[in-house]
Design a protein around this ligand. Structure first.
Ligand code: MN3
Length: 241
């Protein structure tokens, strides 16, 4: 959706936070997973779709609270946590590569900030599906698309407590699925699941409880209707480089 429509659809006096020049530059940057460079100077990034864009699979009220309260709080706390520290002028990817030395505030809030930006971007409707190249890699790694879906869904459904499930590319360029607790992610040096993330789902209760209550499995199944494969295809191409 174009930003103009996005702002219009936000409506009701909700102030849209525009991406800054820096983040737009990063948007066009080919380096893998560069959500932002100089992120310290950025404003809280805009949600790339309207709150109701993923209905009925993810409801508007959940999206609004998730983005405007949960995600914003991680962003604010992250900015505060790195302020005045040695991490202040380090890219978020480099911070994650050394997260074991950065402390819990940066780990939890930096992860919470980054993971949500990453998640919003891999959500959307009307996607055509994995590219031919990604499809071939999926068959090689999992046997079939259905098997990937089952493996990823199981990782999401069985993550105990709060966390995330991931499809990621390992260092030897193979696809793999795993999950991380809390706000950890595969870019973090402390994560047993390590690689370049391609697709994620948030399985914290705040991501689904209003609509699905305790039925996390229903939310995970619905998620497959709103995967933005164009974004996943792009991430895969960039991760292969
Ligand atoms: Mn969340």
């Amino acid at each position: 959706m174009e930003r103009r429509n996005f702002i219009k659809n936000l409506g009701l006096g909700v102030a849209a936070t525009l991406l800054t020049k820096e983040s737009l530059a990063v948007e066009n940057n080919n380096s893998k997973n560069h959500i932002m460079e100089n992120f310290q100077t950025l404003e809280f990034p805009a949600l790339p779709f309207a709150y109701d864009a993923l209905e009925p699979y993810i409801d508007a009220r959940t999206m609004e609270i998730h983005y405007d309260k949960h995600h914003r709080t991680y962003f604010n706390n992250f900015v505060n946590a790195i302020k005045g520290t040695a991490w202040e002028n380090v890219s978020v990817e480099k911070i994650f590569a050394g997260i074991s030395k950065a402390g819990d505030a940066i780990r939890n809030n930096g992860g919470g900030f980054y993971n949500h930006v990453f998640f919003w971007k891999n959500l959307g409707k009307g996607s055509a599906g994995p590219s031919a190249e990604l499809s071939a890699a999926i068959v090689k790694a999992f046997g079939s698309f259905d098997k990937l879906r089952e493996t990823f869904s199981n990782a999401a459904k069985t993550r105990f407590g709060s966390g995330w499930a991931w499809l990621y590319l390992t260092a030897d360029k193979n696809l793999a699925v795993g999950s991380t607790p809390n706000q950890d992610n595969p870019l973090m040096d402390i994560s047993p699941v390590k690689g370049t993330p391609l697709l994620t789902i948030d399985v914290w209760e705040h991501a689904y409880y209003l609509k699905y209550q305790n039925k996390r499995a229903d939310y995970v199944d619905a998620f497959w209707n709103v995967v933005n494969w164009e974004e996943v295809n792009k991430r895969y191409q960039e991760a292969l480089k």
